[in-house]
Write a protein of this length. Structure first.
Lengths: 107, 119
């Protein structure tokens, strides 16, 4: 199975700052990676698919990049509502796998 | 508006069984892959199973193979997860999710149903 490793586990930042989240795959997954945002008590929300495409209704401050094994989610300027847990997910091979998550918390 | 509503979660003893349901509305159910994804308390997301729109393909995570069965009734716009031989490690919130087009990303999720396996 393809293992996705997210780093850091926790990111402490202030509103207005730039957030850079990493997801590394144990083998090449081309661009078959998605990012989700999850707030406490809620279901995840799809942000980015196929590494760099924003899902419907997602603000432009969210961007994704990468291919192969290294991927990045960037939030250009954190809004108060962006403090949450972010998950990456690959669809390159079955089984579908998720990373362990990165919590973006208020500093 | 797309809606996914799960039901069937409960407290069950180890070795017991449970059937989860997901009622879908607001989209053409029959053409989309549907999946179950779970989240143990305080943990990350774990994909459990997926099923193609016409039912011709199913996939499971290894830890549930032989114990869980995903199924769907396209006439009722419903997805199911039959869970047998439940273990403590199956304790989680179980989400039903719709795939994004024909690809296995999840663009709509239900609110989740809680399964607790404990004696």
């Amino acid at each position: 199975e393809i293992v996705l490793t997210q780093s850091p586990a926790t990111l402490s930042l202030s509103p207005g700052e730039r957030a850079t989240l990493s997801c590394r795959a144990s083998q090449s997954i081309s661009s078959y990676l998605a990012w989700y945002q999850q707030k406490p008590g809620q279901a995840p929300r799809l942000l980015i698919y196929d590494a760099s495409n924003r899902a419907t209704g997602i603000p432009a401050r969210f961007s994704g990049s990468g291919s192969g094994v290294d991927f990045t989610l960037t939030i250009s300027s954190l809004e108060p509502e962006d403090f949450a847990v972010y998950h990456c997910q690959q669809r390159s091979k079955w089984p579908v796998t998720f990373g362990g998550g990165t919590k973006v918390e208020i500093k | 508006e797309v809606q996914l509503v799960e039901s069937g979660g409960d407290l069950v003893q180890p070795g017991g069984s449970l059937r989860l349901s997901c009622a879908a509305s607001g989209f053409t159910f029959t053409i989309y892959w549907m999946s179950w994804i779970r989240q143990a308390p305080g943990k990350g997301l774990e994909w459990v199973a997926s099923m193609k729109g016409d039912g011709s393909e199913k996939y499971y995570v290894d830890s549930v193979k032989g114990r869980f069965t995903i199924s769907r009734d396209n006439a009722k716009n419903s997805l199911y997860l039959q869970m047998n031989g439940l273990r403590a490690e199956d304790t989680a919130v179980y989400f039903c999710a719709k795939s994004y087009g024909d690809i296995i990303y999840f663009d709509y999720w239900g609110q989740g149903t809680v399964v607790t396996v404990s004696s």
